[in-house]
Write a protein that binds this ligand. Structure first.
Ligand SMILES: *Cc1c(COP(=O)(O)O)cnc(C)c1O
Ligand SMILES: [Zn+2]
Length: 437
């Protein structure tokens, strides 16, 4: 078995050594992916082994990513691995959310249970392992969100220096707070996201800093295991649909690759259909899908959504994501700010909770069921990408009628749950409680 980097561009397919420090194809500029040759194993033996590893106390086996290391065999030495016990996230069913979506049943694969509260951890443990293997001392990313939080945690745990570049004055507060606490050297640059990305790519080369942005192919390998753990939890019964929010589309690329590889290796017998949900104000992939992939991919110049994790106008991984959507006979949908906010409140009321971007899944499913694209009886798994506590400000505003969309509309909040101010008077409080039930 041998791992190598391959250009994703089907016309190029240039190959590179797995230890080359590359973020895109030097020949054509295309995205890179990790590819394995002579890769073969007995599916039944592997399924048993992965189950047995759950009982082990070794860090590698306790990780919900590295437990499945036969499916991400790009390292030659597992001493490079730093794990915070990422993955191991629950698959949660909810009758309430199913009813809201118009489905018989629904389950949520909740990546918000990760160590830093988002699915970025699944990928970051792999990205940082590769950085260590390459002998890097410093790692960097451009992000105001979950990527910074995750990269910083893993880099610090590994003894590497984490450097994050954020647009000055445009900061997601809770997530930046995590990065500061985990020890990021934080540079606020007076430029927009795209300008900073270009700057950082130049600096990375000059200063020998390893970039852990979302096109890093090793992060994709780790995120693949979300699909694997999901199948393991379902005893390898393939759901009809897997639904996820689409921002930079790295996760769509990763899950799609995961399912395809599992099918090729005989772990599953078919692919689930992927449904990618975007926010209305940041939906270039939706528009591209509406044209069935014909013509240019047109970025959105000023992407706007309160779901900041998917507020992306020029998603870098769109070619991979489009490939996965077509391979799985998938669909792309978009939802409004109100739909996201109300779906999020329903996920909360189910006792589950998630961050805004994650709730785009339930909002999208509801729409797709109503349109007859997803069958009422279908088995649907939604990927909840981030933890409820990532964005408490949004939640408080929603429940107190103060949530305003980027275009200035006040969100009515169908499921708003306002706190009630009461006097210090047992009779009055008894009255309020009597009315409340
Ligand atoms: C990063 C992120 C997304 C978007 O994922 P992509 O891979 O960029 O499409 C969605 N939700 C949360 C919580 C995230 O952190
Ligand atoms: Zn190429």
């Amino acid at each position: 078995m041998e791992a190598r980097l391959v250009c994703f561009d089907q016309a190029c397919r240039a190959t590179y050594d797995i230890t080359e420090v590359l973020y895109s194809c030097p020949r054509c500029g295309g995205l890179l992916e990790v590819d394995y040759q002579d890769w073969d194993f007995d599916p039944a033996v592997m399924k048993r082994l992965w189950r047995e590893r759950r009982m082990n106390e070794t860090p590698l086996d306790q990780s919900g990513v590295w437990r499945y290391r036969e499916l991400i065999p790009f390292l030659n030495d597992y001493r490079h691995v730093v794990t915070l016990r990422e993955g191991n996230t629950p698959l949660l069913e909810s009758a309430r959310a199913a009813a809201y979506a118009g489905l018989k049943t629904i389950s949520f694969k909740h990546q918000g249970f990760n160590p830093t509260g988002s699915f970025k951890d699944n990928g970051m443990t792999c990205g940082v392992a590769q950085a260590l293997r390459l002998g890097m001392r410093r790692v960097a990313c451009v992000s105001t969100g979950n990527t910074s939080a995750s990269m910083t945690a893993y880099a610090s745990a590994a003894g590497l220096q984490p450097i994050i570049f954020v647009p000055h004055g445009n900061i997601a507060f809770g997530k930046l707070a995590q990065a500061l606490e985990y020890g990021a050297l934080t540079l606020q640059v007076e430029a927009n996201f795209d300008e900073i990305l270009a700057l950082v790519r130049k600096l990375a080369e000059r200063l020998g800093i390893y970039l852990l942005n979302s096109i890093n192919p090793f992060r994709v390998e780790g995120q693949k295991t979300i699909a694997v753990e999901l199948m393991d939890q379902r005893d390898w019964r393939v759901p009809d649909w897997v639904v996820l929010p689409g921002g930079n589309l790295g996760n769509t690329a990763a899950l799609g690759k995961g399912f395809r590889e599992m099918r090729a290796l005989g772990l599953i017998d078919r692919l689930p259909r992927l449904a990618v949900i975007q926010a209305e104000g940041a939906a270039p992939f939706y528009e591209f899908a509406q044209r069935r992939g014909r013509g240019e991919f047109c970025p959105v110049r000023n992407p706007e959504t309160l779901a900041t994790a998917i507020r992306i106008g020029a998603p870098v991984s769109w070619p991979k994501a489009w490939y996965e959507v077509t391979q799985s006979n998938g669909v792309v949908e978009k939802v409004s700010e109100e739909e996201i906010a109300d779906a999020k409140a329903q996920i909360g009321r189910a006792g589950i909770g998630c961050e805004p971007a994650s709730a785009a899944t339930l909002a999208g499913i509801r729409k797709l069921v109503a349109r007859g694209v997803i069958d009422r009886e279908a088995e649907v798994v939604a990927i909840l990408t981030g933890n409820l506590l990532k964005d408490p400000d949004y939640i408080y505003r929603y429940h107190t009628g103060q949530l305003v969309t980027p275009s200035g509309r006040r969100v009515a909040g169908q499921f708003a749950n306002r706190p009630i101010v009461v006097p210090n008077d047992p009779d009055r409080i008894a009255e309020v409680l009597a009315c409340g039930v």
